[in-house]
Design a protein around this ligand. Sequence first.
Ligand code: FES
Ligand SMILES: [Fe+2]
Length: 475
Amino acid sequence: MADIDPQIDRSDRCPGITYTDMLAVDTRPAPDYLVMESTQELGDEPLDPDRYTSPAFKALEDEKMWPNVWQFAAREEDMPDPGDTVVYELGDKSFLLVRQQDGSVRAFYNVCLHRGRKLRLEGGRAINLRCPFHGFTWNNDGSLKEIPCSWDFKHLEDKDLSLPELKVESWQGFILITENHDLPSFREWIGPGVEHYDNWRLDECSTGAWVAKVVPANWKAVSEAFMEAWHSIVTHPQILPFTADANTRYDLYGDHMNRAITPNGTLSPHLKGKDQMYVINKLAEFLGAGDGRGRRNAAEPTDLKGFDPEDPLLARKVLAQANREGFAAMNGHDYSQASDSEMLDNLTYNIFPNWSPWGGFVPNIVYRWRPWKDADHCLMEVRILMRAQKGEKPARGPEMFMIPDGEPFAYAGHLIGAALAGVFDQDMENLPHVQAGMKASKNKRLELGHYQETRIRQFHRTMDKYISGELPKTA
Ligand code: FES
Ligand SMILES: [Fe+2]
């Protein structure tokens, strides 16, 4: 990785303190993987909106990209026991994941080898895989078990009728699949940056809430609304008192990973003349309205004892400590050595092409965006991962809660918290109009900020590498 440069030119950053500067005065030494910046110079060319709207571009994605990447198909806790299944679908593709007797997971094309009916329409326990049309049946390991009226299929006796399989791996509790058997391992495919998760142990977490909503916008447009924080000034003004939106650090790693780190418990540089108690009180107000399964803790006046009241970053330190103590009480883990950033900030990582497992030690959000029906729709999923009690295995997770068409994320406020749902609904207010506006564009140019929208540019560069055939690199 030639991208890390400690002498990074910051001329394109928000004036004033940066996230890196904040780390230097936090209460614990921050780990190198947070301190080190990782940028790539990707130029300033505009994007063509047809990438989001044209069926022809979608067809290129379907042909060149999706079969050649690792995809997040399920969490381990979605299917903990032998015989548990998950149906994972993306566009026209349908895959069937089955937990084996030995605890491993196999993934098959979810298609009967007789006349092509989907074998299962949803997950659940399976004794075997029996097609509901004529009863062709496979064992859970994909080997053929039975053909009814087998006297009529003598021509298949010498044929291999095992279900075609995908390559499967598990990482941090995520079950990953790829159609391309020649891809290198997931860690190798990601490359630099994947090791950041080693401390966070998301495999010790379980899905606490899982909601999904069909959004009338292209999956890339929706995912990119979560790749930069700077729309907060207009779209989410209520979080500016405790979210340093414009101080967000954007880092790029290789082709398949990037991150935004948005400092929390810190006043937005857009707000002037507010003190640190304003930050603490405004966060408490927001949390009072429901911030998603207790993802953060508010601070009480007594929590300020032992801190310097004149510290310009007082709230950040107090709130990181409130999280250390709050989450230790919740799940029995020891966070005493964890950095302020990993206890507080939005460590919004994205893994190419379509998912975002946040980092750090607090209950973490995981987004996934799937193409849905056509180029103009996608399914946006939000999970919140909760760390299991110390010494205990992660519990079986809940089913996905599908928000009915036309209903907002607030419809699932009882699962993810009303305040967090409100933030998503603000994003959803923009997205249908982004999709419609891109179709109405006269100049056919989408412009990107040089720094704050660099993750979007990297995403498209990687997409182009798949479409041109430069990627994937095979093992
Ligand atoms: S299509 Fe499956 S048994 Fe006939
Ligand atoms: Fe947003």
